[in-house]
Ligand binder design. Sequence first.
Ligand code: BV8
Ligand code: ZN
Length: 254
Amino acid sequence: MNFPSSLLSFLRKVERAVVLTGAGVSQESGLRTFRDAQSGLWAQYRPEDLATPQAFARDPQLVWDWYALRREKARSAEPNPGHFALVEMEKRIAEFTLITQNVDGLHQRAGSVRVVELHGNLQRVKCSRCGQQASAWEAASPKVPQCLRCGGLLRPDVVWFGESLPPHALAAAIQASQTCQVFFSIGTSGLVQPAASLAYAARERGAVVVEINLEPTPLTGQVDFFLQGKSGEILPALVNATWPSEDSPGQIRE
Ligand code: BV8
Ligand code: ZN
């Protein structure tokens, strides 16, 4: 795989980088993206209809079960070469911020350190009434577990549609996007706000924007480099081309 030499020479000099990832980077770990149709029992539901407070209020058991299934799938999934390449990139760039829309926790499991989770994390559960984090709950019982403190129903600690993003995470994401020299948008359809505005915030401040995706998105027409293909293949190749193996601490498995 070859890359524009202008991109490689630019990346070698970069000191402040932001990467925004979406469900596409976990696709090669076997996790469905939001655009992928769901299967089996869940085929009749659209994710955006289940990932809402209204759906949970209407049928907490259905929403709890959907997240319990996704939690198990995320737990049994493994980070892929794309996740590991981002760990390597973080070691190579002085100020590196990985902003993720994903809730599967795979970036942290791969070894990424500075991760900003815009939409929460499936592996965390909190009370839908008092907000207290629940470290353990009766996983065996089929019913939606209740908060030990107030008896409220437990829910996944993720941001549903119509809910505000964690203020500190959003502020950190905006600040990093406004000061970076390069902004990567990887494996995201760029349809969900406010995450989708971060690339434009970076571009307005003069950052070089690089997009990696299987197919064009609404952002593609605005980027400096569009690398079309699988992130699990492009990212390791890009990292190895930018920082050749003789001096790289860990050759990325392609
Ligand atoms: C909010 C957690 C304030 C839950 C998620 C402004 C304008 C318009 C709408 C709005 C707006 N502000 C707010 C809204 C409403 C809404 C919104 O954006 N709606 C959209 C649908 C129009 N936003 C919100 O509600 C946000 N809250 O703004 O609060 C507020 C409050 C009240 C009222 C108004 C405003 C909250 C949004 C967060 C929702 N939670 N996730 C869960 O996971 O269950 S979002 C969820 O969907 C994901 O986290 C992710 O962010 C999104 C899916 O997007 P992607 O990650 O991009 O995944 P997708 O499947 O779409 O695309 C995958 C891409 O990968 C594709 O492009 C594909 O080609 C590519 N790909 C696939 N395989 C590969 C690959 N690329 C490379 N390699 C591969 N192998
Ligand atoms: Zn509670």
